[in-house]
Design a protein around this ligand. Structure first.
Ligand SMILES: [Zn+2]
Length: 478
């Protein structure tokens, strides 16, 4: 689209000293042509300035950030933002063309049906998606699956394969986590006997099959169970040997939910402290970690500072604060405060270096952490409406922990509730090997939240609330 509006920055000459220090930046994020009547206009200037929008006063926060919702008229609109500091006046002009005539969205690509037989097997790091839907963090994921599981491809869609795992059951898998194989997967086996054994630090549930079959992992909150669905399998498990006493597994049970979908049900004494699901030969192994001592003293806690390095700054606040720096600062504070309570802390990122999600997970697994807390700051469109503290989990057993932390952070003065977010697609919420929660402290895009998080005393207070929430959670378990 042709840009027909040009934004200009006009420095108005003044006599006062300090003129060169006085600055004004109006966030011109977004398009010149807009389709919503109310626009959030934010920016920052020298702290202590007075700011006006077309002559009307606007609040300036301690950080120098300011913002106002502006109602546009149809057609061209001009907003002159003026900041005055020490007698020096600086102006910036924002032009927006408002129309209700929104162009139609382009049609989505159609999937490609596979006409000849195509078989693949999963590779290291593979996971299933429910469908071909996608958002900022990718399509909704079911769970990670082990390598070497044969699959039948029935459709191709962009970088995904649609695979058939049972008569009425399909998943999507990224092509990059598959490699081609010759033979069609066997889709009609019976399950054999199980054994459940206390291995010291964990209980091992071993389900014998004739070949590796696709499976998915799920948690149920009400009965504190783990559910594994195995596809293309019928029940012939007539011996479920449970070598009591077990550490974390209360008992096991099974269910044939469809003719070719077999369900293993593992009931726990409490919410999961970690599970590993993998094949040893063609036996499906489910290792269920025992509950640690319910005290921070001696507990091993993974603390993850989100983002880092030159390519992942994370959000940038209105006044220019970088999320990666705030996250690292808070991660160190959290470490210090947890260590005071006798916990052992494992940091993923220790400095401003880039780190992949897989690298972070590897560090936590190698250190056999009891749980992981990932620290981030949030950002959103509609910066003047969207604010608050929030916590996130994917698997439902992590919900009580995420909730306990969120509730404590809401005790801080001025902090509002953005929410408790479930089935979240963030990579570090994906591991089932340890409980984990993502903490999105405050919105850097909101000037009120930004003012709070810019204050080191607030960041420390917030981290102490995270610990309080963690302690509440431990106390709630028996
Ligand atoms: Zn982030």
């Amino acid at each position: 689209m042709k840009k027909f509006i040009i934004c200009t920055l006009a420095l108005i000459p003044a006599l006062a000293l300090g003129q060169s220090d006085h600055s004004l930046t109006v966030d011109k994020w977004g398009r010149d042509t807009v389709y919503t009547k109310v626009q959030h206009v934010v920016g920052f200037t020298t702290p202590g300035s007075t700011v006006t929008f077309n002559g009307e006063a606007v609040k300036v926060y301690k950080t120098g950030s300011f913002g106002k919702k502006v109602e546009l008229s149809e057609g061209p609109n001009t907003i002159i933002v003026t900041s005055v500091y020490g007698g020096v006046s600086v102006s910036d002009t924002l032009n927006r063309f408002y129309t209700t005539d929104r162009p139609a969205r382009p049609q989505a690509d159609l999937p490609l049906t596979i006409t000849t037989s195509l078989y693949v097997e999963t590779t290291e790091g593979a996971y299933f998606n429910y469908g071909k839907g996608a958002d900022r963090l990718g399509g909704a994921k079911v769970c990670f699956v082990d390598a070497g599981i044969p699959l039948e491809v029935v459709e191709e869609f962009g970088n995904l394969y649609k695979v058939k795992v049972a008569e009425n059951k399909y998943f999507h898998i990224p092509k990059e986590y598959t490699s081609p194989i010759e033979d069609a997967p066997v889709r009609d086996v019976t399950t054999n006997n199980w054994s459940v054994t206390n291995m010291g630090d964990f209980d091992r549930v071993a389900i014998s099959l004739n070949t590796k079959h696709p499976y998915i992992f799920r948690q149920v909150l009400e009965d504190k169970s783990i559910v594994i669905d195995i596809y293309g399998a019928q029940c012939n498990s007539n011996w479920l040997t449970q070598r009591v006493p077990l550490g974390m597994v209360k008992y096991v049970d099974l269910e044939q939910v469809e003719y070719d979908v077999f369900r293993a049900k593992i009931f726990l004494n409490d919410y999961s402290w970690g599970t590993k699901v993998y094949y040893q030969g063609s036996t499906l192994m489910i290792d269920v970690k025992h509950q640690p001592e319910l005290t921070l003293k001696g507990m091993v806690i993974g603390v993850d500072a989100g983002h880092g390095g030159p390519s992942s700054t994370g959000a940038v606040s209105i006044s220019g604060l970088k999320e990666k720096e705030l996250n690292l600062d808070m991660a160190y504070t959290l470490k210090e405060e947890l260590e005071k309570k006798g916990a052992k802390v494992v940091l993923s990122r220790k400095d401003d270096s880039g780190m992949t999600m897989a690298e972070r997970k590897k560090i936590f697994l190698e250190n056999n952490v009891d749980l992981v807390i990932s620290i981030h700051c949030n950002a959103a469109g509609s910066p003047l409406d969207v604010k608050g503290s929030s916590t996130y989990y994917k698997y439902i057993h992590n919900r009580p922990l995420a909730e306990a932390i969120l509730l404590r952070t809401l005790e801080l003065e001025g902090v509002t509730n953005f929410g408790l977010v479930g089935n979240f697609n963030f990579s570090l919420n994906g591991p089932i090997e340890y409980p984990n929660v993502l903490v999105e402290t405050q919105f850097l895009s909101n000037p009120e939240d930004e003012e709070r998080i810019a204050d080191p005393a607030f960041r420390k207070a917030y981290m102490k609330k995270v610990i309080k929430g963690l302690e509440d959670y431990l106390k709630s378990l028996k």
